[in-house]
Design a protein around this ligand. Structure first.
Ligand SMILES: NC(=O)c1ccc[n+]([C@@H]2O[C@H](COP(=O)([O-])OP(=O)(O)OC[C@H]3O[C@@H](n4cnc5c(N)ncnc54)[C@H](OP(=O)(O)O)[C@@H]3O)[C@@H](O)[C@H]2O)c1
Length: 200
């Protein structure tokens, strides 16, 4: 399959892309790195990327940021960080990408454990993760031409443990192999409308 991995040079995306490369042709997109550049916060940028790359059999997103801050310090604009990037960025990848996805192709988005098991300072991430879960359940009924969509919700991953572990007291980091398997299940399996939780 010809597969686009947005965020394919990141911590999760890099490990997903290298697993997918074992069997598939992988094109990596990133904001500042990769085979093609895209800023998922901009619909013009997403459209320009697809016009450059053409069609895919699979589109995977491992990109999207949210504001990390204590609730009582947050102003309204802080909430738009996650809404514009992780939420609408991924939703617009699907909205514009459906025309660039071959018949029977699939989308795989990324959320995270914070939708259901949030830690301190994660109101923005938790809320956009939950929104994407609702979006995937709903849009899976509406995609045409046999297109599928799933979302992988990983726990704190092993390779982020040193950087973020202190923010996740008592959490069990998930191995990179197990996380990548969540994406393989979505890409190479047949199911749709699934929230694939990869927690320890
Ligand atoms: N790390 C974890 O433990 C963990 C656990 C659960 C969920 N998640 C979620 O998984 C996703 C990826 O996390 P990560 O730790 O792998 O992040 P990361 O290491 O920071 O990598 C993010 C990747 O996404 C790209 N990117 C960022 N913003 C972008 C934008 N606006 N447009 C296009 N590409 C963009 C970056 O590209 P450039 O490098 O080219 O800028 C980079 O390749 C995030 O949504 C995160 O919330 C992470």
């Amino acid at each position: 399959m010809k597969i686009l991995v947005v965020g394919g040079n990141g911590t999760i995306g890099g490990c997903v892309a290298s697993r997918l490369k074992e069997k598939h042709e992988v094109i990596i997109a990133g904001r500042t790195s990769g085979d093609v550049n895209v800023d998922i916060e901009s619909t013009d940028s997403i459209q320009a990327m697809f016009e450059k790359t053409g069609k895919f059999d699979t589109i995977v997103s491992c990109a999207g940021a949210a504001k990390w801050a204590a609730f009582d310090t947050m102003i309204e604009e802080d909430f738009y960080v996650g809404i514009k990037s992780k939420m609408m960025g991924q939703i617009n990848l699907v909205r514009l990408g459906q025309k660039y996805l071959n018949e029977g192709g699939s989308f795989t988005l990324t959320t995270g454990i914070l939708a259901e098991d949030p830690v301190y300072m994660t109101t923005n991430a938790a809320m956009v993760n939950g929104a994407i879960h609702g979006f995937v359940l709903a849009v899976s009924q509406e995609l045409k031409n046999g297109q599928r969509i799933n979302v992988v919700a990983p726990g704190l991953v092993e390779n982020s443990k040193d950087k973020f572990g202190d923010y996740f007291p008592g959490h069990n980091p998930v191995s990179m192999h197990k996380v990548a398997n969540g994406y393989i299940r979505s890409v190479e399996g047949k199911r749709t409308g699934e929230i694939i939780r990869i927690y320890e």
